[in-house]
Unconditional design. Structure first.
Length: 134
């Protein structure tokens, strides 16, 4: 996820990608630039933000091109959200949607268990009240 002024963010991202590719190459590794592997999420602000958002999608085709140390040109996809081990973060830094989704999953998963426990007369009433208070 890259944050910065709209007027500078693409050039700075290209520079950062070139540096990262060079570091990987130094250790005998290569950057996997396939969609879903190495991607960039922009969080930009300032004058030109609306135009840059449009340009990334339409003018640049949703990719950021950069030049590697060996002179070859590579590209990474510009994604709308940061995804890592199942977690998503939007370009504006909010995780609200992720938290809502996970809460819904937990609620759906535990609803049946909660109903069974709360309706079970073998569970002490004090324990049931404690569960409801949580």
């Amino acid at each position: 996820v890259v944050y910065g002024l709209a007027s500078e963010i693409v050039a700075r991202t290209q520079c950062a990608l070139a540096i990262w590719a060079a570091v990987l190459q130094r250790f005998g590794l290569t950057m996997n630039t396939e969609k879903g592997k190495s991607e960039v999420v922009f969080g930009f602000y300032g004058p030109g933000s609306a135009q840059l958002k449009h340009d990334i999608d339409h003018r640049y085709g949703g990719v950021v091109k950069f030049t590697k140390a060996d002179g070859t040109v590579a590209e990474v996809h510009a994604s709308k959200v940061y995804k890592h081990v199942g977690t998503k973060q939007s370009g504006h830094g909010s995780m609200v949607d992720e938290v809502k989704m996970r809460c819904t999953l937990v609620k759906g998963t535990t609803a049946g268990i909660s109903r069974r426990v709360l309706n079970c007369e073998g569970v002490d009433i004090a324990v049931r009240r404690l569960i409801v208070s949580i």
